[in-house]
Design a protein around this ligand. Structure first.
Ligand SMILES: [Fe+2]
Ligand SMILES: [Fe+2]
Length: 215
């Protein structure tokens, strides 16, 4: 299939996902058609972007003192620190290494993205710490919470946009089924506790909010 057709199919598949699918597979699953890892890769980025939008809404409510939902903020950052940081980003780390082997010219971009994975994880840990303190009624400087949230949002959104624009398309052009299998073998699949088939109880309210926002 021509690359442009595959991209169009992937984008259409993502656009069709108005809300999380109960049959959600994880990025780079086994026994899927050649184009499916790419479609799922885009879809996971869309999911994370959606979560960042919800987080930003709550950060704005926090800023203007308009009843922010701290539990929801905690759930969002907890999820992002758990699933993407443990599965999505490590798989990308392996996929990016394969990509550089096939196209050494993209090494500077890949090095930058790999570093951002570490920065995003660290920024998420810091934001999580502040949010837990707020929920536990520990006095935290408002400016610190806002700065941590702003840093997280900016970094994460820029990272997703850069990958979508410059990396996923290259992966589609260069990576083979064998490459994807190697990625899967290097980083085992994990159960997605939010978008997966069995949403964990702690994330049910967040999933409801995601569905509401998609309407
Ligand atoms: Fe990434
Ligand atoms: Fe990514």
């Amino acid at each position: 299939m021509a690359a442009a057709v595959v991209v169009a199919a992937a984008v259409a598949a993502v656009a069709a996902r108005a809300r999380p699918s109960p049959e959600r597979k994880t990025f780079i699953g086994m026994h899927m058609p050649e184009s499916e890892p790419i479609a799922i890769w885009y879809a996971e980025h869309r999911d994370y972007a959606r979560l960042l939008d919800l987080l930003e809404q709550q950060v704005i409510a926090f800023h203007v003192d308009d009843g922010p939902n701290y539990e929801l903020m905690l759930d969002i950052v907890n999820y992002l620190r758990y699933f993407p940081d443990r599965f999505h980003h490590p798989r990308e780390d392996v996929a990016f290494t394969r990509l550089v082997e096939r196209d050494p010219a993209i090494k500077p971009l890949v090095d930058n993205l790999l570093q951002e994975h570490r920065v995003i994880a660290a920024a998420g840990t810091e934001l999580l710490k502040y949010l837990e303190q707020v929920v536990d009624d520990v006095v935290v400087e408002r400016a610190k919470v806002e700065a941590a949230a702003a840093t997280y949002l900016v970094y994460y959104r820029r990272h997703l946009a850069l990958e979508d624009r410059d990396l996923v398309t290259r992966a589609e052009q260069l990576m083979t089924r064998a490459d994807w299998d190697a990625v899967l073998a290097a980083v085992p699949s994990g159960t997605d506790p939010l978008f997966g088939e069995d949403c964990e109880p702690r994330y049910r309210e967040l999933r409801r909010q995601i569905a509401l926002a998609a309407k």
